[in-house]
Design a protein around this ligand. Structure first.
Ligand code: NDP
Length: 453
């Protein structure tokens, strides 16, 4: 008789949990995944995937305008928000089916319900106790909502993805990934968008030139950015909301959305009771092998608050499964993880920002700003910005940053170069593909003069 019901019980069927469970199952482990919502988790059901489908849908409005300059005569265009949301939902259902099938094919049992640890080897689901040799916590994160009178009227991105109608006037609190992505979606579809940020710039943590460029581009598209501003209260009057800013000014909106960060989902899981240590941000503290303070309990993904990106969670899940179910001990390398923001225009970067690089390196900075060839005819008033941060002593490229069309697709390739330790001389020795925007990254010859950096 085996000592436990399962070799592995995973709590949370998001990106990290699914990858770990599938691999462990493939390597012969008996695995159960407990999920209280939909299989697929934040990325597939409430984040990356539905968001990007809406970004695609919204971007057509720019394409229609661009087409005029290329000789097209465009008739009346009309967007049906309900149809887009329904198409997106259909795709999510399809993906959920695929995720369920992949788990089943790997021999993994999916247990719908909320999992709570009652001892280090026991999880209670729907009043029933199951035991596991190893437990993996992969419960992700959840939106943090701001606190002011009227906060109950404020929606998060979860609800924004399922709105029945597109709001005409939207106030978005926050200037991070989610805020600028949704600002782009609503703006392109014709809504009046106001971003309310408590500091002077969007996208904290990104390179300063990226932050400034994106702010300018969003403002050119008609998005209002209220800088150094917070919200005092929101009141509902009739079908609309009255938003009062800290200086007492008021504006009317049809929708108020907060994108003010996400917190690790660690509450009510029984973690403290079984001795799992949380850090100051209430995230599960883990070592390089994803082990918590309890020997047989592990955690991956946003619940550990390391780098909160889907591909990172997937890699952590893989590292966990390879190490403990395939006898291939691994750790994840967190350096040079590329990331993208699907704003309009998009942002992508890999490596260090100029400010971070300057903390430990002497640097040379290369920047180009230009109008993409397509927009010479489209007439679109949009500038692309590309930037390289290079170590002056070793010539290594420390950071690549871009704001402009296709930035995420371009930076993914450059991430390989940075991972391989590419130098600026190697970038220079690379022959560009002409005519592209990407070729600019290999033709940046003159550094920004020291005095200007
Ligand atoms: P972020 O941490 O990116 O941004 C939060 C924003 O909210 C910041 O601008 C922050 O301001 C502001 N903020 C925080 N608290 C308050 C407050 N009380 N009042 C006013 N403003 C506030 O969080 P998001 O919610 O945008 O996204 C969560 C995470 O999801 C991201 O960190 C990312 O890891 C992930 N994600 C990744 C995506 C991608 O890869 N494309 C897309 C979407 C999400 P300040 O700068 O001053 O702190």
């Amino acid at each position: 008789m085996p000592q436990y019901d399962y070799d592995l019980i995973t709590i949370g069927a998001g990106s990290g949990g699914v990858r770990a469970s599938r691999l462990a199952g493939k390597y012969g482990a008996k695995v159960a995944v407990v999920e209280s919502s939909r299989v697929g988790g934040t990325c597939v059901m409430r984040g990356c995937v539905p968001k990007k489908l809406l970004v695609y849908g919204a971007a057509f409005s720019n394409h229609f305008h661009d087409a005029l300059g290329f000789g097209w005569r465009i008739g009346e265009t009309l967007h049906d928000w309900g149809k887009l949301v329904a198409a997106k939902d259909k795709e999510l259902n399809r993906l959920e089916g695929i995720y369920n099938r992949m788990l089943r094919d790997s021999g993994v049992t999916v247990l719908p319900g909320r999992g709570v640890l009652t001892d280090p080897h026991t999880v209670e689901v729907n009043g029933k106790s199951i035991t596991g040799d190893k437990i993996l916590i992969a419960t992700g994160g959840w939106p943090v909502m701001p606190d002011f009178p009227g906060k109950e009227y404020v929606i998060s991105s979860n609800e924004a993805l399922d709105l029945r109608e597109r709001p005409e006037r939207v106030v978005i609190i926050g200037g991070g990934y989610i805020a600028v992505e949704f600002a782009g979606i609503f703006n392109a579809l014709g809504s009046e968008v106001t971003l309310v940020i408590r500091t002077g710039h969007l996208l904290r943590g990104f390179d300063q030139d990226v932050r400034a460029t994106l702010g300018e581009e969003l403002e050119k598209k008609g998005i209002t950015i209220r800088r150094d501003c917070t919200i005092r209260s929101v009141e509902k009057t009739g079908g609309v909301y009255s938003v009062v800013f800290d200086m007492g000014e008021e504006m009317i909106a049809d929708c108020v959305m907060a994108a003010t960060g996400r917190a690790p989902a660690t509450s009510n899981l029984g973690l403290e009771q079984v001795g799992v240590t949380l850090n100051q941000k209430s995230a599960i503290a883990v070592d390089a092998q994803n082990r918590t303070s309890v020997e047989n309990i592990f955690a991956v993904g946003d619940v550990t608050d390391r780098i909160n990106l889907t591909p990172v969670a997937i890699n952590e899940g893989r590292v966990f499964a390879e190490t403990f179910f395939n006898k291939r001990p691994m750790t994840m390398d967190y350096t040079n993880v590329a990331s993208a923001v699907f704003s309009q225009p998009p942002v992508a970067c890999v490596g260090l920002s100029e400010a971070d690089a300057r903390k430990n390196h002497r640097v040379r900075i290369f920047i180009t700003r230009f109008r993409a060839m397509k927009h010479t005819l489209s007439g679109r008033d949009e500038r692309t910005m590309m930037k390289l941060v290079v170590d002056k002593d070793t010539d290594k490229v420390l950071g690549c940053h871009m704001v402009g069309d296709d930035a995420p697709e371009i930076i993914q390739g450059l991430a390989v170069a940075l991972k391989a330790g590419a130098t600026k001389a190697q970038f220079d020795a690379t022959v560009g593909i002409h005519p592209t925007a990407a070729e600019e990254f290999v033709t940046l010859r003159d550094p920004v003069p020291e005095a200007e950096t």
